[in-house]
Each structure stands twice: as structure tokens, then as C-alpha cells.
Design a protein around this ligand. Structure first.
Ligand SMILES: *[C@@H]1O[C@H](CO)[C@@H](O)[C@H](O)[C@H]1NC(C)=O
Length: 188
């Protein structure tokens, strides 16, 4: 008998808790998933590592350790980047946004930058919106893929992938042009 009444009390508590959770979640629901959209984006990432306005700067690296001297980016090096995104392959073509974030050299054997980067747009339908990349980027491979794990504005709760193709690379001058084809699944 005692157990049974305890069960009833527990059930009542659970019901109350459910009610509270439901009310609270409804009260805080400025965003609701209506219909998933698929958006394709195409742009070019312009890297300039030399000159007065480099698009990436070294902010930290290991003091006394050089794991693999042939690695273009020393293992453990961290770079902050802000690079223009353009409409065309020509670096002087219209700027449509910028990539901002952190790239860390996190592979002991090959040249890999792990990108934690926000790609924000300043023109067109997605002006003011951005998507977030958190992905391994083997920069010396001509073709590669980045994971898109989130976004802001029209790209809220986005996920997707970007396929990258290096169109131009000059290691001496540090000029790179990388073509991006992006597929995004989002709701707004
Ligand atoms: C690469 O950059 C260097 C330094 O700016 C330049 O001298 C060289 O001509 C460039 N190479 C090509 C293939 O554009």
C-alpha cells in the first residue's frame, strides 16, 4: 500500500514537471522549425600572407619544439585570420563577405590547418548571416571538404559542407585563391 501511494506521488510529480517543462519551453520558443531549406553558395576565399594587410597572422607557436621541419605550418602554430570572400576568382572582384577565425596547425606529419572559422556575408540575400566551420583543412591538397556545424541569422542551426578547390597557389608570395561550393541545410 505504501509503495503504491509513493508511485502515485511520483507520477504526480512527473506530470507536474512535464507541465512546467512544457510551459517553460513554450515561453522561450522564438524559433521554431518550419521547413528545411537547402542553399548552395559559391564564392572565392582570398589569402594574402605577405604585405601590409596579411589575411592571417601567427599568434602563437611552440617555443623550442619543431616536430617536423618539412611541415609548411609548424605543428602547434595558431593563426588568426580575416580573409575576404569574393564573387569571382579575381582577388579584385566584388567582396561578398569575410572569413574570420582561428586556424591551428594540428597534424604532426602533414600540413593541416584545423579551421574554427565564421564565414559572414555582407551582400545579397544572406547579408548579415554567417555559417560556422569547425573542420580539418589539409591546405596543400587541391581538393578538400570542410564541415559546417552551425550558423547565425538566416543560417541559424545550419549544417552542411563546403567543397574546396585551390585555384591559385604561390607559396613564395603567400597568395592563395580557394573556390568554395557550399551546401547548407537551414530553416530561414
Ligand atoms: C610567386 O610569387 C613570387 C613572389 O612574389 C613571384 O616572384 C613569382 O613570380 C610568383 N610565381 C608565379 C608562378 O606567379
Amino acid at each position: 500500500m505504501k509503495n503504491k501511494s509513493m508511485n502515485n506521488v511520483n507520477q504526480l510529480l512527473l506530470l507536474l514537471l512535464f507541465f512546467v517543462v512544457t510551459v517553460v519551453s513554450q515561453g522561450h520558443a522564438p524559433f521554431s522549425i518550419v521547413k528545411e531549406k537547402v542553399t548552395h553558395l559559391h564564392f572565392f576565399y582570398q589569402e594574402r600572407l605577405t604585405g601590409d594587410n596579411p589575411t592571417a597572422v601567427l599568434v602563437a607557436q611552440p617555443k623550442d619544439t619543431r616536430v617536423n621541419p618539412s611541415n609548411l605550418l609548424p605543428f602547434g602554430a595558431a593563426y588568426v585570420l580575416e580573409a575576404p570572400l569574393t564573387e569571382g576568382q579575381d582577388p579584385n572582384s566584388k567582396v561578398v563577405g569575410k572569413a574570420q577565425g582561428l586556424a591551428v596547425s594540428a597534424d604532426q606529419d602533414t600540413t593541416v590547418a584545423v579551421f574554427m572559422v565564421d564565414y559572414g556575408f555582407t551582400s545579397g540575400e544572406f547579408s548579415g548571416s554567417s555559417f560556422s566551420v569547425m573542420s580539418r583543412n589539409p591546405i596543400l591538397e587541391t581538393d578538400r571538404e570542410l564541415a559546417i556545424v552551425g550558423g547565425r541569422g538566416k543560417f541559424r542551426v545550419a549544417r552542411g559542407f563546403a567543397t574546396l578547390h585551390t585555384n591559385y597557389m604561390n607559396i613564395t608570395s603567400g597568395f592563395f585563391t580557394v573556390e568554395y561550393h557550399v551546401v547548407l541545410f537551414h530553416y530561414e
